[in-house]
Write a protein that binds this ligand. Sequence first.
Ligand code: ADP
Ligand code: MG
Length: 487
Amino acid sequence: MRPYELHSFDFAFTHAVIGMALVSFDGTLLKWNSALSALLGYDHSELLTSSSSVRTLLSQIREIAELEESFSSFNIHPHRYQQDYYKPTGQLLCLEISISIISDTNGAPQYYFIQFENKTIIKQIETQLQEVETNLLEKDDSFLQLLEELPLTVVITINGIVQYANSAGLQLIHAESLDQVLGSSTTSIVDLSNYQILQERRERYHSGNTSGSVCYLINCLNGQQKYVDGFTLPIIFNGSKAFIGIFKDISQQMLEEERLIQSEKLSTAGQLAAGIAHEIRNPLTAINGFMKLLRSSERMNDKYFFIIESELKRIEFIVNELLVLSKPQTTHISKPVDLLSLLEQVTTLMNGQAALRNLKILPVCADQPIWIHGEAYQLKQVFINLLKNAMEAMNNGGNIYIHVHTTESESRISVQDEGCGMSEEQIKALGKPFYTTKESGTGLGFMITQNIVHNHGGAITVESIPEQGTTFTVTLPMILEPEEAAI
Ligand code: ADP
Ligand code: MG
């Protein structure tokens, strides 16, 4: 072995061009090289009795190292960060400090190994570059002119505070002048319901990831709310890290979508009406018959009254359901719902239409209630849509089966028909808005169904054999029996 290999660590340490030090866990300098004392502006031996700025530097290093250790991040990489430092001459340095832990042969941590690199020049070049970019943005009138004339909203924010908005932006938010928006926080502009998205995007930005497209609901100055869709990019503005956001008003588009969904619901309600008239006719005939009997009988018969009453209730239920279904539902209240009784109500509602088409919906067999957390009205919509599609797939009569299967944590409800079935392509296209193979179809039913199931933390699958039939299976998470229920 040649002599310099013997103490290769010592040799490398002493002669390194990068400042290096070994520091004890209580922050005392144990060993340092001359590159470090030169960098910090002291003679080699002076460093131990050095000024407060070196002491501050060491205590900061210790604090950061302890914090990192608590996250145990040292196991993977040394921790690097940048720190300003004033030399005794008053010169400001930007140091890049890298902290690792040196352990003994048994793996027990011994002390911190710290490297100091001078990044002052690089930092200066970066600052100059930022200034050039800022100047471009500020002084290049044509650039600002371009932003002003853009039909899209352009906003520039620093730390979530508006610094600039173009005229399209002012118009969007119903501001008369720039003063009304300058200095406002994006937190007050973006609706609270989107606050989490906003927060996540800020965090992504700070962790160095650039941001992509986003859709927000925003509050305008006149109290109106609008949907905007766009994207944000990190830029330098006035020498600071900023965001430029470019947005389009999509409120009209959202409204159209809402209207279409509503029209699908109305068409379902309209079709159900035919079946419901059929359903109502039966109890009315029964009531009529009993009224005649009552008139002719001497004694009042409790049994007749009971039947009349229950048939009237049935009519009331069916008519109410139709009314609820045709009304846009604005309130969204999740409650415990018994799926079994919900399915029973839905089949009652659909039986009339089934009978008109010479179809039978076979009743669900299960003795225990199945509790899930959700919106009864929306869940009804799921099974109405599935049953309606099943019926529309069966032109020559037949049966529709509803099976319920529960495991410990979830319930699986399948709607099985004996209809025309679907090809592979049809299955793939399912759920795309406006995909329909029917002359008067809207192609929205399945999409709505799927959305509702997903919003309830569930899933929906399909199995189908052409000419034999289709089975849709809805899986929903179950809850324990509740004290208070919606249905
Ligand atoms: P719509 O019923 O208005 O056509 P949906 O979104 O409800 O719209 O259904 C989309 C398409 O999926 C239907 O047009 C049909 O081709 C197919 N489909 C859905 N359910 C079934 C089913 N049970 N059997 C056969 N095809 C079905
Ligand atoms: Mg449909």
